[in-house]
Design a protein around this ligand. Structure first.
Ligand code: PGA
Length: 242
């Protein structure tokens, strides 16, 4: 089974990357892009048929519409042919005070619209150093996953906060250990066998190493997805061309 590369553009628009996608110069079979919401409509119209789209966020306030200034609903995302949505990214938890309760609500709305939720979980450096990683992962899974979660509509992204944007990628051993733990919790608490991806300072060399992890379905990248040459390398690794 081929792995996937999820490119979270955050609040950036990588024109060079987009130009290549638009002109079909990149093999997008295993790529999911997460552009800023402001560009989703344009991107969906221009390349929605040949690249999978994910939103970076969805509102928890209503599945459809209402008096919620600045928010975007799951129904609206569905209308833009967004089949995936990131939920619970640590930047939103930290800078926008997103709670596990909000995240659970968001995932429920997405599932109602048959949008696959990519739930981001992970411990901070302080939590890691205090030996609390397992506690944190368990709490996030238990509090964020709604009953509607199934093996077909939810992906877990293990993204240790200490690794995001720091150039410190978790080691293969750390990722394997976290994946084993997450899988065990998912089976025990939810009877689920969800796809697992890793995110946090992934580079072509770290991806080459971690790709052998059996449970790894793919990667979620931030900065690596903004640079054309690096993104192409990651996709080549998936296609076993390197
Ligand atoms: P990074 O970001 O690859 O730049 O560390 C990853 C993420 O935020 O998902």
């Amino acid at each position: 089974m081929q792995k996937i590369v999820i490119a979270n553009w955050k609040m950036n628009f990588p024109h060079e990357v987009y130009h290549e996608i638009k002109n079909s110069n990149i093999d997008t079979a295993n790529l999911i892009i997460c552009p800023p919401q402001a560009y989703l409509s344009q991107i969906s119209a221009e390349v929605g048929t040949h690249v999978k789209l994910a939103s970076q966020n969805v509102t928890h306030l209503s599945e459809k519409n209402g008096a919620f200034t600045g928010e975007v609903s799951a129904v609206m995302l569905k209308n833009l042919a967004c089949d995936f949505c990131l939920v619970g990214h640590s930047e939103r938890r930290i800078f926008l005070n997103e709670t596990n309760a909000d995240i659970k609500q968001k995932i429920s709305h997405l599932h109602q619209q048959n949008i696959t939720a990519i739930l981001c979980i992970g411990e901070t450096l302080a939590e890691k150093n205090n030996g609390q990683s397992h506690l944190v992962l368990t709490k996030q899974l238990k509090e964020c996953l709604p009953l509607s979660a199934s093996n077909h509509n939810t992906i877990i992204a293990y993204e240790p906060v200490w690794s995001i944007g720091t150039s410190i990628c978790a080691s293969t051993t750390e990722i394997s250990e976290a994946f084993d733990f997450i899988s065990a919790i998912l089976i025990k608490e939810f009877e689920l066998n969800l796809d697992l991806v890793y995110g946090g300072s992934v580079s072509p060399s770290s991806f080459t190493e971690m790709i052998s992890i059996e449970k790894l379905k793919g990667i979620l990248v931030g900065s690596a997805g903004l640079k054309l040459d690096i993104l192409k390398e990651l996709l080549k690794i998936v296609e076993n061309k390197l």
